[in-house]
Design a protein around this ligand. Structure first.
Ligand SMILES: Cc1cc2nc3c(=O)[nH]c(=O)nc-3n(C[C@H](O)[C@H](O)[C@H](O)COP(=O)(O)O)c2cc1C
Length: 172
């Protein structure tokens, strides 16, 4: 299983990055901070052609089987960085259709990171529905939180279980 975490926080050393690194270690996978990339908003005239989206999605389509979206909870939903990435996947439906086809059959999973342990009911719905729309297999999600410098034991345990779940489902 070759997995990549797309870390969607507005900061690269924040809470979502912290929990993402635990998952990364468990899965021994790659991680990209979306905030490090120059990825413009979706444009109907494809005016963002030269930005970092195409090289990133091409790399993902060619080299990875599992895409894990790790997003902070911002206003009850995924972060803007994560949403812009999803919006830009529309480029693959409109322009780079060959690459869009390459996503079919790959797996998707999602991790949320909030302040508290209460999961937002609707948070993971767009991930699951988008995966279905793209012909990808949605293989799970986990909610995490960070309140202090030290990660909560329960959060670490959740991430370990999640990593195991992904590995099991992927190999099933
Ligand atoms: C713009 C913004 C919006 C937020 N909205 C929510 C929210 O709706 N629900 C929630 O539980 N926490 C919310 N939070 C708290 C973050 O989800 C939480 O602190 C998270 O761990 C931040 O991760 P980060 O350091 O990667 O940005 C918000 C934080 C920010 C900055």
């Amino acid at each position: 299983m070759k997995a990549i975490i797309l870390q969607g926080s507005a900061r690269t050393e924040g809470n979502t990055a912290k929990v993402s690194r635990v998952l990364q270690e468990k899965l021994n996978c790659d991680l990209v901070h979306l905030a490090d990339k120059n990825i413009g908003h979706f444009d109907y005239d494809y005016k963002n052609e030269g930005d970092d989206f195409y090289p990133l999605i091409k790399n993902i389509a060619e080299n990875y089987d599992l895409i894990i979206f790790a997003s902070p909870v911002y206003w009850y939903t995924m972060s803007g960085y994560t949403k812009v990435f999803f919006d830009r996947i529309s480029d693959l439906i409109r322009v780079h259709k060959d690459l869009g086809r390459e996503l079919r059959g790959k797996s998707m999973a999602a991790l949320s990171c909030g302040y508290g342990n209460t999961e937002i009911d609707s948070f993971f719905i767009p991930f699951e529905k988008s995966a279905n729309y793209l012909g990808m297999n949605y293989i799970g999600n986990v909610h995490t939180w960070v309140q202090t410098d030290q990660l909560d034991q329960e959060v670490i345990q959740r991430i370990e279980n999640f990593a195991q779940q992904l590995t099991n489902k992927f190999n099933a």
